[in-house]
Write a protein that binds this ligand. Structure first.
Ligand code: AMP
Ligand code: MG
Length: 326
């Protein structure tokens, strides 16, 4: 069966076509996306929905062409129903409903955070995984435990990517800041500059570090030293809570998700921790770490197999849904 997955929780509009095959790994035939970018900082919801409206038909047709498929070949349409920015979610849900209605295809809506977990599970080939989800707006450690999805740890304030972007902005760098900090950090060979290390139980917090970074910049510290020290400190915090979640849950594999997880240093630190603990580590290729339609298709197939689809008239969105509610 071909599953068409639509992602539209935030800046990315993505469409994927995935072939689900009994007893074999699913095959991703196409995974196309366009991302809204801005030089002026935050995402303006109205601009975002305009972007998604403008690109959806070309993303859809590019995905179909790449997959060598047409809409009537599709056996299931899956879309991201939660959580995210309402203006963006509505475009994806609208496209999904139109396709389902026009071609009488079953429809299912899924949770975006759980989809990051699912793509890690499927691509790693490990059933019992824990996810470190490190993106712009989200920072969570997730796993399925006792028959439900649970958050084992999360940020108490900013998402880690938004924090890195703020540090980059304070240093006068452009957006997105994470990749630029990664490059700067590689150029530094001095000692670690001490920054507030804020792990509270299973949760993390970045606001104290943000204040400390502002002071460091005022005192004339080098951008390279700041980038290096921010990365080392922030990633150590994420690795600590990920390790504690592995210890609590006894999961056999840590998988990564989210744009920040593209960072080679974060991947290295996670890998070292997992080797030390004797568990598997899996970082999906970047196209599956960032927001993408393939993960929506994969989770959609699973949800549909377990609990069936949703009527077009009831296929809504839920901008604030938590994974515990899934
Ligand atoms: P997402 O919200 O999952 O689309 O991820 C976007 C966030 O990932 C932005 O905050 C980026 O700055 C961040 N990001 C992307 N690539 C990297 C990288 N190589 N290192 C650190 N952060 C990154
Ligand atoms: Mg995401």
């Amino acid at each position: 069966m071909l599953v068409l997955g639509i992602e539209s929780t935030a800046h990315t509009f993505g469409v994927a076509i995935v072939r689900m095959q009994a007893a074999e790994q699913p095959q991703v035939l196409a995974n196309v996306r366009r991302t809204y970018t801005t030089t002026s900082g935050g995402l303006i919801p109205a601009k975002l929905s305009e972007h998604h409206m403008n690109v959806f038909s070309s993303v859809l047709s590019d995905a179909l062409v790449q997959a060598g498929a047409s809409v009537p070949d599709v056996g299931l349409v899956a879309y991201s129903r939660s959580p995210g920015i309402g203006h963006a979610l509505r475009i994806g849900a609208g496209v999904a409903r139109s396709l389902a209605l026009r071609h009488s295809i079953p429809l299912v809506g899924v949770n975006h955070c759980v989809a990051h977990l699912e793509v890690g599970r499927v691509l790693s080939g490990r059933d019992d995984v824990s996810l470190l989800y490190a993106s712009g707006a989200n920072t969570q450690v997730l796993a399925r435990e006792g028959g439900a999805y649970r958050v084992f740890g999360e940020t108490l304030d900013l998402g880690v990517g938004n924090f890195l972007d703020t540090v980059a902005r304070l240093l006068g760098l452009g957006f997105p800041g994470g990749p630029q900090l990664e490059e700067l950090a590689k150029q530094y060979s001095g000692p670690l500059i001490e920054l507030p290390y804020s792990v509270k139980g299973m949760d993390v917090s970045f606001s104290g570090m943000q204040t400390a970074v502002k002071r460091l910049i005022e005192s004339g510290a080098s951008a390279q030293g700041i980038a290096f020290s921010v990365q080392e400190t922030v990633f150590a915090m994420l690795v600590e809570v990920s390790e504690r979640a592995l210890a609590h849950t006894g999961k056999e594999c840590l998988v990564l998700g989210g744009g920040v997880a593209c960072n080679a240093r974060l991947q290295e630190m996670c890998r070292l921790m997992c080797v030390d603990r004797g568990v598997e580590f899996f970082a999906p290729p970047n196209e599956f770490l960032v927001d993408n339609g393939a993960m929506i298709a994969l989770l959609g197939a699973r949800v549909f197999a377990q609990s069936g689809g949703v009527a077009v008239s009831k296929a809504g969105i839920d901008p604030y849904e938590r994974v515990e509610q899934c």
